[in-house]
Design a protein around this ligand. Structure first.
Ligand code: MTE
Ligand code: MO
Length: 527
């Protein structure tokens, strides 16, 4: 009998492939298990969430700046890449030292379990999907590597060589991948089915009419200049900023809100019907994110429907600090464990701080906090606008730091006056002559009294304002420019309702919101 030397290359490729197939099988099994446990416990989601929680603020800033709202996709792809590298390593290791390789595959599952358990709101069952996934991937790797190392039966060909049974091995891998894909898809389907109750509860929800309706948006609030944001942002276009890798789908039928803490004489636990039995207020509020760069997109305006937060707090016996109440911070907690801290004084000072259930005439979309979220005019989202609200706890700023405050953002963050040029776009090439320069400006709860535009650092020119819809929303503006040919720099600045002019000094978004002037460079074509 001749012995041909085993070719190490295809063998190594087969080992790597075994590792990848085993990891895929493990992920699929975990996905299936997470459908039963809860979607947040799926390993990719759990590890992603744990990474988000631990990412230094500077890195997060950079990620949001570089990838915008795709940052979550980039994060998931990064985790998949690391997982794939570990899987290949486990496969390569396993053909030489099966135990070590299999142990590596299994320990990746343990890592996933640790990540899942570290998430806020995690119960011990959150470890199960990853542990199962690790076990499955270890078992599959064992199976594949055993097949790979098996010697051909005598007479069937040269023993101890590769390819030994190339076809048989290929079929085994294909079968593994196929079974895993089916299991993974079944998991996804099952997960969607689990959310069916939530979906139905939203579809069935009929919002009562407001006891205090908002007046119609004044004619002329929307100047309808082509290329500018609409006055009311449609829900599907409304920016979304949150840490949730899967949008929580809360079943309205089982939802509860609890209100408790310092100074609460009458702790409350409310169901949704109980909340909706209270008088509802409709109010237009522009929401803005502290991470919005000057000129950025993380701002939107909606007509909200909800219960006055101050009324509920009074019902619970809460007094604001100015009336001797012991708590100065209201900590809102969501079903996914996010915490946001809001000054009690602010939510009780008479402004329309709402526990919102409706957004632009429909129940809150899941992505925007169904069934109930907070909206407080004048404060950045991260210190006020808790989505998927579950608990309101009264405490003090000195006793408790909310999620972003622990990550070096300011504890108190009123919205800064800003103006944004929506048209012309940066680097646009309009024809010389009349060019509409237009956009939005906001200074929630102070209002906008003036917007000015300047060209190439020249004198400030007053823009025409859209009609005012209360002082909690943005205001559109337009200025008609007799544009001469050439390269020009446009800048806008707003003045709030108290006469304070938007500062020119540039500051970064961290720790409490960016300042500076939106600056747009255009190249005007000669006629
Ligand atoms: N549960 C929860 N609520 C949250 C957040 C979050 O990450 N989780 N992000 C906050 C931030 S930073 C902002 S700016 C607003 C954005 O609300 P939107 O996504 O509906 O526009 O939600 C706030 N509420
Ligand atoms: Mo935000």
């Amino acid at each position: 009998m001749t012995r041909t030397k085993a070719d190490p290359k295809p063998r190594r490729a087969a080992a790597a492939l075994s590792g990848l197939a085993a990891a895929f099988a493990g992920l699929a099994a975990a996905e299936l298990a997470a459908a039963v446990v809860r979607p947040e416990a799926a390993p990719l989601t759990a590890v992603g969430g744990a990474v988000v929680d631990r990412t230094p603020t500077a890195v997060k800033e950079w990620a949001v700046r570089s990838f915008g709202t795709s940052d979550k996709l980039v994060l998931t792809l990064g985790i998949v890449a690391v997982l794939a590298a570990l899987a290949v390593a486990a496969g390569l290791l396993a053909v030489r030292r099966p135990r070590a390789g299999i142990a590596l595959a299994g320990s990746v599952g343990v890592l996933g379990a640790v990540a899942a358990l570290s998430r806020p709101e995690a119960g011990w069952t959150d470890a199960l999907p990853s542990l199962l996934g690790g076990a499955v991937s270890a078992a599959v790797l064992y199976l594949l590597v055993t097949a790979l190392n098996r010697r051909r039966p005598a007479g069937g060909g040269p023993a101890g060589t590769w390819p030994m049974d190339r076809r048989g091995f290929g079929r085994l891998v294909a079968a593994t991948v196929a079974v895993s894909a089916v299991a993974g898809l079944a998991g996804r389907r099952l997960g969607a089915h689990g959310a069916a109750g939530a979906t139905a509860s939203r579809a069935d929800l009929v919002l009562p009419p407001p006891a205090v309706p908002a007046p119609p948006v004044p004619v002329g609030a929307d100047l309808r200049v082509p290329g500018t944001a609409r006055f009311l942002t449609p829900n599907r276009d409304f920016y979304r900023v949150d840490t949730a890798l899967v949008v929580p789908r809360v079943d309205a039928d089982t939802w509860r809100l609890s209100i408790h803490g310092e100074g609460v004489t009458q702790p409350l636990t409310l169901t949704l019907p109980e909340l909706l039995a209270r008088p509802l207020v409709e109010h237009d509020v522009t929401l803005a994110c502290v991470s919005n760069e000057v000129g950025g997109p993380y701002v939107g305006n909606a007509r909200w429907l909800g219960v006055r937060l101050a009324d509920l707090l009074r019902e619970a016996g809460v007094r604001p600090p100015s009336r001797g109440g012991p708590a100065d911070q209201l900590v809102a907690r969501s079903v996914d464990g996010m915490t946001l801290g809001t000054p009690v004084e602010t939510v009780m000072d008479g402004r329309e701080a709402l526990l919102a259930v409706g957004m632009n005439g429909e129940p809150l979309p899941f992505a925007h906090g169904f069934p109930v979220r907070m909206v407080v005019p004048g404060l950045y989202g991260y210190v006020s606008a808790c989505k998927w609200l579950r608990e309101l706890r009264l405490t003090t700023f000195s006793a408790y730091d909310a999620y972003w405050v622990r990550r070096s953002w300011a504890a108190r963050a009123p919205v800064k006056t800003q103006s944004r040029i929506d048209t012309p776009r940066p680097l646009a090439e309009p024809a010389a002559g009349r060019v509409a320069v237009a956009g939005v400006a906001w200074a929630q709860h102070r209002g906008i009294s003036r917007v000015e535009v300047r060209v190439d650092g020249g004198p400030w020119q007053q823009a025409r304002l859209g009609a005012e819809d209360g002082n909690d929303t943005w205001r559109q503006w337009v200025w008609v420019w007799e544009a001469p040919p050439g390269r020009h720099v446009l800048q806008a600045r707003a003045t709030d309702g108290r006469g304070a002019v938007q500062p020119e000094t540039r500051t970064p978004v961290l720790p409490d919101g960016a300042t500076g002037l939106h600056t747009v460079t255009v190249r005007v074509r000669p006629r």
